[in-house]
Each structure stands twice: as structure tokens, then as C-alpha cells.
Design a protein around this ligand. Structure first.
Ligand code: IPM
Ligand code: MG
Length: 358
């Protein structure tokens, strides 16, 4: 049965890195129907909206979305609803992609690229499970108004609403425990229950659900402490489950432990297994069009897509092994380059992965 993939390259380096991932997918000779559509600032320039209706429709009709990156400084002055970031937020919400898997794995070949000492990070393998459609990102009311009361009454104030409903916490918690069952059976739930009501509810519900998973060692950690432990003893973590805002911040921090955010894929899934796959890094407009961006995070995102949405785990393994092989061969894009290695550009890295697959 043919499976449909929406390819949304987006802005900045998006087009270059996506091109390499699409080459890899096509080389597998699977029955895939691949269709491209504009998204982000590119779509705004073409159609006046970062997520045009035709792009959203294509994403909704597809088994999976392969997403590049969005954003460029030149759109920073647009009203918020027209900024490129609204495309990814809109896709997450419209497709109900509540579960965001962000693995942070240190490839032994890249141990020197980490900002931490090799003895602190070698063997690092963390999975951050970030809730993606709730929290202060989407809570209402929000806005800028005249403060109605308090010491600053009458001045302008900005406000957002952090909120989580019980079913939202339950479904992400279950996925956290289930992910831990496939790994080292340790789940750390990260919150700010010492201050926030939302977090107290989160902690109570995760604790309750934990009773259904006696095989999993559950711990709770405040987010400030988690940020510290991630750089102090990152290997103490196995699976981290957390809300949208804390997950955004901690996953960027975790990515740096691995040396380069240019290596990290991510998957965002809904309840029916439909998913959006994107590199964890952004659109890097400063290096766009130069052919130097690292395509490996996007290629690894395509592997996650094969595993989680297209039911092709063996092909996913093959791609991941091919990536390992090119690293072992000493090929490095600029972001992971070190002396003694061979520096290559975006398409040469794609060539090497294709060759390793053959
Ligand atoms: C991410 C990004 C997005 C987020 C932005 C681009 C809206 O930082 O995917 O982590 O905050 O979720
Ligand atoms: Mg982020």
C-alpha cells in the first residue's frame, strides 16, 4: 500500500537538508508518494500565510510529515499570526501532535564535540518526551492589556496562561512510562510543583499513573534542578517526561551535551500514529544556501518516520547504521568538524549516506 509523505522544507537551510533526506528515502524503493509544499516564511512570501490551507490539507491527508525548519530574522517584525513559527505551532495543534520525542544520543565518534568532558557524556542516551499541544504555549487567555489591579495598575502588562487538563497529562504520562519500558526503565517527570498549581496536578497524576507501571522507577524533579543535573550528571537520566515549555528549554540544553544540535532528530506523534518529523535544530539563516549545513538530523528524522509512522523499522535501522558508518569514516560537516577529520558539505554528506546504504 502506498503511503503518502508531505515534505515541507520551510526556510533557511530547510530546503538543503530536506533534499538529502528525500534522496535517502527515495533510494529505499518503498511505495511512497512524496509531495512538497511551502511552509513558514517561504509560504508567507508566496501565499500570505505561514501555513497556507493547501499545505495544512496536504499534511492532514498524509501518513507523515517531513519538516525542515522555519524562521528568518526578516519576518521578526510581522504580526505574530504571520510569523514563520506559527506554521509549526499550527501543524502541531491541527494534527493533535501532543507527543514530542527528542532523543539526545552521543555518538562515540563525536565525544570531543560535546562542551562537556568526555568522561561525563560518553555513552549518553537520553530521551526527552515533551508534551507539545498544551501548557502556556496554547493556554488562553493571553495578550497585552492594561493591568486591572496591583502595584502596576494602569500600565501595560503581558499575560499568558499555563494550563493542563487531566487527560492531557494522563496520555503523555502513559507514553513516558511505555517509552521507559523499552529502555532502562527509569522515568523522571520534570515540573515546578513547588510554585505552580499546574505542576502540582501534573505531579499528582504522574504519581498515580506510576502505580500501573511497577516495573518503572519513577522520580520527580523540579525543572531548575533538572537543568543543573543535565550538565552535572546527564547519564543519570533515561527518559524525561515534561510539559511543553520546560521540554522546549531542556531539550535544547540536552542537545548540546551531544556536541551538535545538527545531529538530533525528533518525532511528534498524535493518538493515531500520524507524525511530524523534523530536525531539532532551527533554520540557521546565517548559513542558508551555502551548502554547509549538516543534513544528518533530518536524515535521522526520516529514519524515525519510517519506524514510528510507516511501519518500516528495518529500513530505519539501516539508515541509522549508514549514519554511524559515515561518522566512522571520518566525514564531518562544519558543525561537528575536528582536526584530522574530512570536512564535507551538505550534499557530499548526503552522497556518503547513500553510498553507505548501498
Ligand atoms: C522547538 C522550537 C519551537 C518551540 C518554536 C520554533 C515555536 O523552539 O520546536 O523547540 O518553541 O516549540
Ligand atoms: Mg525549541
Amino acid at each position: 500500500m502506498t503511503q503518502k509523505i508531505a515534505v515541507l522544507p520551510g526556510d533557511g537551510i530547510g530546503a538543503e537538508i530536506i533534499e538529502q533526506a528525500v534522496r535517502v528515502l527515495k533510494s529505499l524503493n518503498l511505495p511512497l508518494e512524496i509531495e512538497h509544499a511551502p511552509v513558514g516564511g517561504t509560504a508567507y512570501d508566496l501565499h500570505g500565510h505561514p501555513l497556507p490551507p493547501a499545505t495544512l490539507k496536504l499534511a492532514q491527508e498524509s501518513n507523515a510529515v517531513l519538516f525542515g525548519a522555519v524562521g528568518d530574522w526578516k519576518y521578526d517584525k510581522l504580526p505574530r499570526e504571520h510569523r514563520p513559527e506559527q506554521a509549526i505551532l499550527g501543524l502541531r495543534k491541527a494534527l493533535g501532535l501532543f507527543a514530542n520525542f527528542r532523543p539526545a544520543i552521543l555518538y562515540p565518534e563525536l565525544a570531543n564535540a560535546s562542551s562537556l568532558k568526555p568522561e561525563v557524556v560518553s555513552g549518553l542516551d537520553i530521551l526527552i518526551l515533551r508534551e507539545l499541544t498544551g501548557d502556556i504555549y496554547f493556554g488562553s487567555p493571553r495578550g497585552v492589556r492594561q493591568a486591572p489591579d496591583g502595584p502596576f495598575a494602569g500600565s501595560r502588562e503581558g499575560f499568558d496562561t499555563m494550563r493542563y487538563a487531566e487527560p492531557e497529562i494522563r496520555r503523555i504520562a502513559h507514553l513516558g512510562f511505555q517509552a521507559a519500558q523499552k529502555r532502562q526503565r527509569r522515568l523522571c517527570s520534570v515540573d515546578k510543583a513547588n510554585v505552580l498549581e499546574t505542576s502540582q496536578l501534573w505531579r499528582d497524576i504522574v504519581t498515580e499513573i506510576g502505580k500501573e507501571y511497577p516495573d518503572i522507577a519513577l522520580s520527580h524533579m523540579y525543572v531548575d534542578n533538572a537543568a543543573m543535573q543535565l550538565v552535572r550528571a546527564p547519564r543519570d537520566f533515561d527518559v524525561i517526561v515534561t510539559g511543553n515549555l520546560f521540554g522546549d528549554i531542556l531539550s535544547d540544553e540536552a542537545s548540546m551535551l551531544t556536541g551538535s544540535i545538527g545531529m538530533l532528530p525528533s518525532a511528534s506523534l498524535n493518538a493515531s500514529g500520524q507524525g511530524l518529523y523534523e530536525p531539532s535544530h532551527g533554520s540557521a539563516p546565517d548559513i542558508a544556501g551555502k551548502g554547509v549545513a549538516n543534513p544528518l538530523a533530518t536524515i535521522l528524522s526520516a529514519a524515525m518516520m519510517l519506524r514510528y509512522s510507516l511501519n518500516q523499522p528495518a529500513q530505519a535501522d539501516r539508515i541509522e547504521q549508514a549514519v554511524r558508518k559515515v561518522l566512522q569514516q571520518g566525514l564531518r560537516t562544519a558543525d561537528i568538524f575536528e582536526a584530522g577529520m574530512t570536512k564535507v558539505g551538505t550534499s557530499a554528506m548526503g552522497d556518503a549516506v547513500l553510498k553507505a546504504l548501498a
